[in-house]
Design a protein around this ligand. Structure first.
Ligand SMILES: *Cc1c(COP(=O)(O)O)cnc(C)c1O
Length: 465
């Protein structure tokens, strides 16, 4: 693009575009990167400068940008029709995708929507109504979710979340939910080791105190006649909470307790789905042998191409909504673009790619490079913890490694490291003090090498020795 063309785009952006989760005063004072094209793990800006997409365009992309087979899937569908309504009509890609999703997840019914937040709203309403109909919940149904949880930005999804900053902002709008302790081993208040860590023996032994806390919250509620309707959780990795990775065995333990008390399991795999956390299956929870009652997927569902989401449901939940027309048991919920054929077509192709030998090998390789190379960052004093799960890497930055004292969020330490990485041609965003690395599965060994070099150099810049 010409210099003048770029200036004009920036002027229009600055005049009119309000960016998400962005302090717009800072934004207006800075020159934005204008992204114009991409190929594989590479994104190119209007000046022709290339960057590696080290967070898969905010956790959405799987196979890289402009993948020939995904592009073709969109084109093929576009030659037929871009959108038709799911209100009263079936369409081909949606039917095929629903069948495939259902088989992968082990849940028979698929309700389509547009993004992670709407998939979670759907799950929330289904769980609420199912509980009301089948268990005659006297008071309002109550949900329990995890400390630091993030399930999206719509009012229901924010209510399920436990991020103080957002709750403070929307306090009056939200409905109350309970929270349970996250198995955040790095900040374990009982000072236990990760039970599955190699060096676990050098710490006090883990007795699953966090699971005990979970049980007491759930038991207490049911004893006081306020039994929870559902437990809402991100299996294996809690993303926006800071890439908190659960130790092996945690999920089965809490799922057993929740089921034992009659709670529905509502899994949010918006971030963890589609192979991101490794393992044989495409869903993190299923890989731990925990099949939920409701499962929300979005982000990677379309391979990062189009906004598309789905909520999968068990047969008993579906059955609670069937009856004579006049009983009005219908699920009164839906969106204009529900089951959009373009989105479904590309999602179906993405799922086919995911099960190919080549893609499985790519994921295994990328995961092994992450395991091998991230420990190199321990040489920086500000590194408190390094976490890897599948093709998901996280580096938690701290003021003091010995005491684990965090940086104050206002210092924007995570953001400063990411800014320094961007200058070196690597794009990612932190969650608070945690720098996230989750490049597309197609990332090559050389590209991964540049990502690790960029974060290493950026850390150097943060704290010159
Ligand atoms: C991103 C995310 C959401 C929200 O998805 P949107 O598509 O941004 O609405 C919900 N849950 C989890 C775990 C997420 O990572």
């Amino acid at each position: 693009m010409s210099k003048q063309g770029i200036r004009s785009v920036v002027a229009m952006d600055h005049a009119h575009v309000w960016h998400p989760f962005t302090q717009m005063r800072d934004w207006l004072g800075s020159r934005p990167i204008v992204l114009v094209s991409g190929k594989g793990s590479v994104l190119r800006d209007a000046n022709g400068k290339e960057y590696l997409d080290a967070n898969s365009s905010i956790w959405t992309n799987l196979h890289g940008h402009r993948h020939p087979r995904l592009d073709m899937a969109v084109r093929r569908q576009l030659a037929k029709v871009a959108h038709v309504s799911a209100l009263g009509f079936a369409n081909v890609p949606a039917s095929r995708l629903a069948s495939r999703l259902s088989r992968e997840a082990g849940l028979p019914k698929v309700f389509f929507s547009d993004d992670g937040s709407t998939a979670m709203e759907t799950a929330l309403k289904l769980a609420h109504e199912f509980t009301r109909r089948t268990r005659r919940a006297r008071a309002r149904t109550r949900f329990v979710s995890m400390e630091g949880a993030y399930h999206g930005d719509t009012v229901g999804a924010v209510s399920l979340g436990h991020i103080d900053l957002f709750h403070r902002a929307y306090g009056g709008l939200l409905f109350p939910t309970d929270s349970v302790m996250s198995p955040y081993c790095y900040r374990c208040p009982f000072n236990r080791a990760r039970p599955d860590a190699a060096d676990a023996r050098s710490y006090r032994k883990c007795n699953w105190e966090c699971v005990g806390r979970f049980e007491s919250v759930v038991t207490k509620a049911s004893r006081h006649g306020k039994a929870h309707a559902a437990f809402v959780y991100e299996p294996v990795v809690q993303g926006a909470a800071g890439m908190i990775m659960q130790p092996d065995g945690w999920l089965q333990r809490v799922a057993d307790i929740a089921r034992g008390h009659g709670l529905l399991l509502v899994a949010d795999e918006v971030m963890t789905g589609f192979g991101r956390t490794g393992g044989d299956g495409l869903f993190a929870g299923n890989n731990q042998d925990v099949v939920p009652d409701l499962l929300a997927v979005a982000k990677g569902l379309s391979g990062g191409y189009l906004p598309l989401a789905a909520t999968l449901a068990s047969q008993p939940i579906f059955d609670a909504f069937t009856g004579e027309y006049g009983e009005f048991k219908t699920f009164f919920h839906g969106h204009s673009y529900t089951a959009n054929p373009l989105g479904c077509a590309v999602a179906l192709e993405s799922m086919k790619l995911l099960s190919s030998k080549a893609s499985i090998r790519q994921r295994d390789l990328l995961a092994s490079w992450m395991q091998r190379d991230l420990p190199r960052l321990w040489r920086h004093d500000a590194v408190g913890d390094i976490r890897v799960e599948g093709t998901l890497g996280a580096v938690e930055l701290v003021r003091n490694r010995a005491t684990r004292q965090p940086f104050h969020l206002a210092e924007r330490v995570g953001a400063r490291v990411c800014d320094a990485m961007a200058r070196r041609g690597v794009l990612t965003r932190p969650v608070g003090n945690v720098v996230v690395l989750m490049p597309p599965y197609c990332t090559t060994a050389g590209q991964w090498g540049r990502i690790i070099e960029a974060i290493d150099d950026a850390m150097e810049e943060l704290s010159p020795a």
